[in-house]
Design a protein around this ligand. Sequence first.
Ligand code: NAD
Length: 257
Amino acid sequence: MNDAPAPIEPADIDRLADLLRACGPAVVLTGAGISTESGIPDFRSPGGLYESIDPMEYLSVPAFQRRPGRFWKMFAQVFAPVAACLPNGGHLALARMEAAGVVRAVVTQNIDGLHHRAGSNRVIELHGHLGTARCTSCTARVGLSEALGQLDAPGIEVPVCERCGAWMRPDVVLFGDMLETFQDAVAECARAELMLVVGSSLEVSPANSLVGRTCRLAIVNRDATALDGYADLLARGSAGRILAALAERLGCWETSP
Ligand code: NAD
């Protein structure tokens, strides 16, 4: 299913552009697939994170509470390299489309921070971000790199709060946590007529329950998703290439001379 990149049909880009012109500004829901072209593996594709770790086993609140040292070791291995990754054409296209008034907000399941780094202003991070770590007891927060830096000291397996000594944890949403930004996302959907989903299998709840809160739905994804049947428009292929072509078609981004 993933062997050859699907050709991008110019007609798909035309139809997407028409839908955005007619029903925008759109709320955009992004998933791990928008960041694979930045070198960050998604969860469910071949080679994705699900092949090497069981997220329930490693990325849940009970897993953190039971074995915080093992949690931080895995977290550092898997997520510290993300800091070196850069936004790709898909992130940049969405930022330009927001600036042009075609996109109203990006709701993302990603924790990589690449929408912000690309220049998007209205970004709702459903699952938190890799920017900071917070104390599990008091209100202290530090940069994630500072917390990870503590692990370089001999014998330190869990970063601790410099104010009260309790364990620190990353500012990402673990299985078992509340989604504090979910209602903001619901409110954005209520204001939009169109949702554009990009790079998500739409298997993760409750993010996938945002689908259906707008009248119209378009999905840009490399593979079939769980909710394709509800879409007014499907565009299969590379998120980076499709969004760049779309932004160009809408006059938001001059990519060719
Ligand atoms: P997922 O792994 O379930 O699905 C990703 C989808 O993206 C797949 O359907 C795949 O076909 C598609 N895809 C992959 N590369 C693509 C590309 N270049 N162009 C277009 N489509 C592409 O991801 P999900 O639905 O976001 O759910 C996974 C969960 O994992 C989320 O909760 C997310 O927080 C987390 N996650 C985040 C990151 C990140 O921050 N970059 C990375 C991995 C996982």
